[in-house]
Design a protein around this ligand. Structure first.
Ligand code: NAD
Length: 297
């Protein structure tokens, strides 16, 4: 791997665009590809280049990063005839930073070996703000040598990058992350509606709660927007619904019972079914309000 590797970045959405932009700012040569081309043009305006296809982005790259919505998207981008594995230089490092199923991540790593590629699963936590600030937490599964090679890039994208185990382990830790975040958001939503019903100043209430054992990054990052009913994403309900399916399935596969997680999964699924899949996951508050208000009164 050269000292300053060339990076192909595929998937320039809420997370991918600021992450790719941070790599540009750190001096990397970055070729971006996104299904809707406007996003790649935005990267070009930030000093990267816009590629017209996956193959074009990957050509000449030493590192390929994917930041796509779901397992089928990553499978297609990596495995298709015109995809990453068919076009990457042997020895390249492939880092999937999307949140996908752990079993899919394991299969992709095995397929990568057959193409003489090194594959890491490296999902992230920290949200859009973490992506913009280069302050993500990165949970990595794969070989130690590949993790070491990726470490300088992780230093740009995040503040914490930990190799948590072999291929797929990063996604398993991310599934646990999504379980904890969903539960936190739901309880914060319930607490806010409860405080408001009692006429409490919720700005003051959240400030003091955040200084004690109830304090959390969820309060810090989402509390104010929830008070203001600002549910611009952020992290879309549709994506958290996808993640909670991963959690509930993986827990069941392992014979683990997650009663609270299963309930929050139902609530997130209900919001999506109501047509709110495009709102931020903090819109769980809407459901608490609906459940607490008698429309017919
Ligand atoms: P997003 O929908 O904003 O971005 C995904 C991008 O991928 C879109 O721009 C879309 O056009 C592009 N895309 C989809 N299919 C493609 C294809 N076949 N080829 C090229 N481009 C394609 O989603 P996001 O919020 O950036 O999330 C990306 C991943 O990161 C998801 O797996 C999500 O669960 C995870 N994640 C998101 C957050 C967050 O706060 N948004 C936080 C942590 C992890």
């Amino acid at each position: 791997m050269p000292a300053n590797p060339t990076v192909a970045f595929i998937g320039l959405g809420i997370m991918g665009l600021p992450m790719a932009s941070n790599l540009v700012d750190a001096g990397y040569t970055v070729a971006g590809y996104n299904r809707s081309p406007q996003a790649a043009e935005k990267l070009a305006a930030r000093g990267g280049t816009a590629a017209g296809s996956v193959a074009e982005a990957v050509r000449g790259a030493n590192v390929v990063i994917t930041m796509l919505p779901d397992s089928p998207d990553v499978e297609s981008v990596l495995l298709d005839d015109d995809g990453v594995f068919a076009n990457a230089e042997p020895g390249s490092l492939i880092i999937d930073m999307s949140t996908i199923r752990p079993d899919v991540a394991r299969d992709l790593a095995s397929a990568g070996v057959r193409h003489h590629l090194r594959v890491l699963d490296a999902p992230v936590s920290g949200g859009e703000a973490g992506a913009i600030e280069g302050a993500l937490s990165i949970m990595v599964g794969g070989e130690k040598s590949a993790f070491d090679a990726a470490a300088p890039l992780f230093d740009v994208l995040g503040t914490t990058a930990v190799l948590v185990g072999p291929a797929g382990a990063g996604q398993t830790v991310k599934a646990a992350n999504q379980l904890i975040v969903a539960g936190n958001l739901q309880l914060l939503a319930e607490a806010l509606v409860f405080l408001e019903a009692h006429g409490v100043d919720t700005a003051a209430g959240l400030e003091v709660l955040n200084g004690g054992l109830a304090g959390s990054t969820v309060i810090t990052r989402k509390g104010e927007a929830m008070r203001n009913r600002n549910f611009e994403p952020g992290f879309r309900i549709a994506l958290h619904d996808k993640d909670l399916r991963i959690v509930t399935t993986a827990a069941r596969d392992a014979g683990v019972t997650i009663p609270l997680g299963a309930q929050v999964a139902q609530l997130v699924g209900a919001l999506k079914a109501q047509g709110h899949g495009g709102l931020d996951h903090s819109a769980l508050l809407r459901l608490v309000e609906q459940l607490s208000t008698d429309e017919h009164r």
